[in-house]
Design a protein around this ligand. Structure first.
Ligand SMILES: Nc1ncnc2c1ncn2[C@@H]1O[C@H](COP(=O)(O)OP(=O)(O)OP(=O)(O)O)[C@@H](O)[C@H]1O
Length: 695
């Protein structure tokens, strides 16, 4: 282990020597991985390697939310983590699972304080932007296994640790997190860490395989070795049409898939008639050799775990989808590309889930609580489908025969919320209806009450609502008689409730009461099934008319970052279908709002150098500037006018302005700005990326 002075000078000189063009913070060569990360730390995040560092950690409540959001990933990872921990239980050895944001969400460790440090506990923030060079954070950025030996950590505080992390990919080949092994042992050799890195990569491979086999449980699966611990997995239907490829298989077969624009397994391997017969007969698993470009590859074929899927020629690995478009994570769907079912009642829970793994987890989770009295809290940006989800919950719950009552806490004036929500007796106040009003809570008795924009509810009504939820009784104003009610409460917000609690604007006890089951609905830009969702929304809008999306239009739609989410997508497609010629929507018909995420972006809002590719794109004509969200108002889903400059936009806009101003005041120093804004550094980095603020 180096002393502090040598540590700092090694980092600074290596980062400076790294021959990269300005702004290129990603190194193509493995040997440069550390130096590239150090350089990101100094130039991108403006960290000082000599500075004292304290790891950030989320609160227990936030950790609980994180765990709920990653419920499925934890379920798949935990048995493998436990098995590995049981096999290699050494002092100073811990295994942890990091979320995509770099938080440790579960861990196994020897908690002997001699070897265990608080920095390894669940809830700590290891995103590189938060903790500097480290195995979890750097692996998540590099999307490859990364070992970080003692002083390779950017901050000196971590130099007693050596860590190895490997990325975890979903069945759709999306990065979903990282698995990490840490060792706190001064005797550890750099060479030994390489072995540990192999163990970690094998662990990630096995967790990925569990997820893949579950997702494609109705398909035949071919498995073949790619490296000493890596495996390619390919799911096919009974006609040997490709249904899914894991990340390793996609990487290996990338050229072939791209060139051939394949759907069939026989474009990857040479046709083998034995395989067809064997697959039909296969009761379990068999190993055979398949020819691939002159080489014989040993492949294990396993039969479906559940009843075989019907032929699915529309599978994700279709001609124009492979390999960028992930295969479907829900192989059970008989016609995977079919649009969601449109009923008079709207979307079902399966429709809301589409083929997105995070949404599938959400739906599985919410189904477990339906029928009980646990309140459900829906979180997500504007337009992601919280309202649609709430209605689908009602339709699937045992209360579906009862009323569904929606109450928007932001659209009713504060002074009327009391009477509207809790009701009032006859003659309770001047202007009241003579016969009184039962109020929305009582109206929802026996059914579901959807409290939209709960984050905007004034604090005094929050107190009353909390009382109702705790007692199960409503006391209408001036009636003197409480009324018992039996209601499934579903609340929703796009606000950061934790920070509202911090500002004293939201009651913490109400939050805990509402957060019985927390469902985090991902924004459209993060959904793995974007392509299918785009097609489904168009099909739904086209009402039976057959319409196609030309590849150039699809490319625009896939690149856009959708600040208004599915609602914005609907507006864009609705406009396109009315102006397109014939049955094909082309790029000329697509008008996308350009610039920052919220209206009124300033020129200074760009993309941090390490952020994903810019999402803004513009159709060939100047019409792009006249996109629906620019027009000031937009026609809402129910036909009502929705203000584009609504309270939500104003809040986001104010937040973005406050961040920009604070950063400027702090000379671009993120740490100082985070302290001034009373945000954790990780949260501020997330917001910088969200608002695309260059600092
Ligand atoms: N999975 C989906 N498939 C098709 N359409 C969808 C899907 N999810 C949402 N939509 C549509 O997108 C639009 C916006 O959805 P919704 O109103 O539920 O969003 P929201 O999150 O509640 O918005 P807000 O935050 O503004 O209240 C609606 O027209 C809805 O029908």
């Amino acid at each position: 282990m180096l002393d502090l002075r040598s540590h700092v000078s090694r980092i600074v000189s290596s980062a400076n020597q790294l021959a990269l063009s300005p702004g290129d913070f990603h190194s193509p060569r493995a040997a440069d991985t550390m130096a590239a990360s150090w350089r990101r730390c100094m130039e991108g995040y403006r960290f000082d390697p000599a500075a004292k560092f304290r790891i950030e950690a989320v609160s227990d409540a936030e950790l609980k939310l994180q765990r709920e959001a990653h419920d499925e990933l934890i379920q798949f990872a935990r048995p493998e983590i436990d098995a590995m921990f049981g096999a290699v239980s050494l002092s100073g050895f811990s295994i942890s699972l990091g979320s995509l944001d770099g938080y440790i969400i579960t861990e196994r460790a020897n908690y002997n304080p001699e070897f265990y440090s608080e920095v390894e506990r669940a809830g700590t923030a290891w995103a590189e932007q938060s903790a500097g060079t480290n195995a979890i954070g750097t692996c998540l950025i590099e999307r490859k296994p990364v070992g970080v030996f003692t002083n390779d950590h950017f901050f000196y505080e971590f130099s007693a640790l050596s860590c190895a992390s490997a990325p975890l990919f979903s069945p759709d080949a999306e990065l979903v997190g990282a698995i990490n092994i840490s060792i706190r042992n001064p005797e550890l050799q750099r060479e030994t860490l390489k072995v540990v890195l192999g163990l970690t990569t094998g662990l990630a491979d096995r967790i990925g395989e569990r997820m893949f086999r579950q997702a494609f449980r109705r398909n035949y699966i071919l498995k073949f070795a790619i490296g000493p611990v890596d495996h390619g997995l390919i799911a096919v239907d009974e006609d040997f049409q490709l249904v899914g490829l894991n990340h390793a298989a996609r990487e290996l077969l990338r050229d072939r898939l791209q060139l051939a624009r394949v759907r069939s397994l026989w474009a990857v391997f040479e046709r083998d008639h034995r395989l067809i017969d064997l697959a039909r007969l296969a009761g379990a698993e068999l190993t055979l050799h398949l020819q691939k470009g002159g080489d014989a590859l040993s492949v294990t074929l396993s039969a479906p775990l559940e009843g075989p899927a019907t032929a699915s020629r529309h599978a994700g690995a279709s001609a124009d989808a492979a390999p960028q478009s992930p295969p479907r994570a829900r192989p059970a769907a008989p016609t995977p590309a079919a649009p969601p079912r449109l009923t008079a009642r709207g979307l079902s829970l399966d429709d809301c889930a589409g083929a997105d793994p995070r949404m599938a987890t959400n739906v599985r989770f919410v189904r477990r609580v339906l029928g009980g009295s646990l309140p459900i809290l829906l979180l997500g940006e504007t337009g992601v489908g919280k309202d649609a989800f709430a209605r689908a919950v009602h339709e699937e719950s045992p209360r579906r025969g009862g009323p569904f009552v929606a109450f928007n806490c932001a659209s009713v004036p504060d002074t009327l919320i009391d009477s509207e929500l809790f009701g009032y007796g006859s003659g309770a106040f001047t202007g009241a209806r003579r016969e009184g009003s039962p109020g929305r809570l009582v109206e929802a008795d026996g059914g579901t009450l959807f409290l939209d924009e709960i984050g905007d509810m004034p604090i005094s009504q929050q107190t009353r609502l909390l009382h109702v939820l705790e007692s199960g009784e409503v006391m209408p104003l001036g009636s003197g008689r409480p009324r018992r009610i039996d209601v499934q409460v579903v609340a929703a917000t796009n606000q950061d409730l934790e920070s509202r609690i911090g500002q004293g604007l939201f009651r913490q006890d109400l939050f805990y009461r509402l957060a019985g089951a927390v469902i985090d609905i991902p924004p459209l830009r993060e959904r793995a099934d974007r392509r299918e969702l785009i097609e489904a929304v168009l099909a739904r809008l086209a009402e039976g008319k057959r319409l196609e999306i030309a590849p150039d239009a699809m490319a625009l739609l896939m690149q856009h970052d959708w600040p208004g989410n599915v609602r914005e997508l609907r507006h864009v497609l609705n406009r396109a279908l009315h102006i397109c010629e014939g049955n094909v929507v082309t790029a000329r018909d697509i008008a996308l709002r350009t610039g920052g995420r919220m209206p009124g972006s300033q020129a200074s809002f760009g993309r941090p150098p390490f952020a994903p590719a810019p999402a803004a794109c513009m159709a060939g004509t100047g019409a792009a500037l006249g996109g629906p969200l620019d027009s000031g108002t937009a026609v809402g889903d129910t036909g009502a006018e929705v203000e584009a400059g609504s309270a939500r936009h104003a809040i986001a806009s104010a937040e973005r302005d406050a961040i920009t101003a604070t950063l400027a005041r702090c000379g671009g120093n993120v740490k100082a700005a985070a302290a001034a804004l009373q945000l954790s550094r990780a949260t501020l980095y997330r917001k910088l990326q969200r608002y695309q603020i260059v600092h």
